[in-house]
Design a protein around this ligand. Structure first.
Ligand code: ZN
Length: 298
């Protein structure tokens, strides 16, 4: 292994796209969460992760990547949720890069394409580019960047099923997608049936990789990327959610109580969607939970 070449990484945090579909219960306008992309680069080549989802985000991210002056070989997608990858085709075309993911994530990407007209294009009409699934798997889920291992690790359920993370051992770095969050409300809607046990197991798997740095899929750009802090805060957020689910009787009560505990967290739309999904599934056990979760967004 060639360790004479030093790798580096930098994150680019895109702003959420504009939204024009009403207010949150506390009167704030609805607005999504910032989305983080990471460039891991050597002296010549680079790998990009999670290239966001609107045309505007793709342009901003692409200009930032171009400014780094590296040859972009691969674009890695952590999980199927469209906000992390619907713009992958624009970036792949601009830089002549390949899109890569684990088999589990690729299956989830197809599912998200199927829900585009029911969800994404309703929330963000006209903003999202064509999003065919072009991602491919690579042998052993492993890339090499100028002699350094870049490893895709399946970790299971986070905010979606079949999450993976990107581990760069020589940087002590994990790109955690939506398994670990950093200063942003977590999307718990898809944990309504399973509870948070599977997510806690995924966090354990990230921790077992021994990272010093974690770039989260959704992060407040003012915060650092300390692995211990982000892991601890992600666990605490789930613990608080469990506690509030037992003490708060309504979605609105949960929403308000979370804001009280996390006044500085970004992405309150995600908090409200989460509250509606968790309480909706609880209050209507006879209904399809996937339909309740979907309608919680609209
Ligand atoms: Zn996400």
């Amino acid at each position: 292994m060639n360790t004479t070449v030093t790798l580096n990484y930098e994150a680019f945090v895109n702003n959420p796209p504009p939204q024009n579909n009403g207010l949150l219960p506390n009167g704030e306008p609805k607005g999504g969460s910032p989305v983080a992309s990471t460039l891991i680069y050597g002296s010549e080549d680079a790998v990009l992760t999670d290239p966001a989802f609107t045309k505007d985000q793709a342009h901003a991210l692409g200009d930032w990547v171009a400014g780094k002056g590296r040859n972009l070989t691969d674009i890695f997608i952590t999980h199927g949720h469209g906000d992390h990858w619907f713009a992958a085709g624009l970036l792949a075309g601009r830089f002549g890069a390949r899109v890569v993911a684990t088999a589990g994530t690729i299956a989830q990407m197809h599912g998200n394409v199927a829900t585009r007209p029911l969800l994404w294009d309703k929330l963000y009409p006209g903003l999202i580019p064509p999003s065919p699934v072009t991602a491919v798997t690579v042998p052993d889920n492993r890339l090499t960047l100028e002699g350094h291992d870049v490893v895709m690790a399946d970790v299971g359920h986070g905010d979606a099923d079949d999450n993976s993370v990107l581990h760069v051992p020589d940087l002590g770095l994990v790109i955690a997608g939506d398994v670990i969050y950093n200063g942003v409300h977590m999307y718990l809607g898809q944990s309504a049936v399973s509870g948070f046990g599977p997510w806690r197991e995924a966090i354990d798997k990230v921790e077992a990789l021994g990272p010093r740095h974690i770039v989260c899929g959704h992060q407040d750009r003012r915060l650092d990327d300390d692995a211990k802090r982000t892991i601890a805060q992600t666990r605490q957020y789930l613990d608080d959610a469990d506690e509030l689910l037992s003490t708060e009787e309504t979605a609105l009560g949960y929403f308000n109580a979370k804001i009280e505990r996390y006044p500085g967290y970004l992405g309150r739309l995600i908090l409200w969607v989460t509250a509606r999904a968790l309480y909706g599934v609880r209050e209507h056990p006879e209904e399809d939970p996937a339909r309740i979760t979907l309608s919680s967004w609209l």
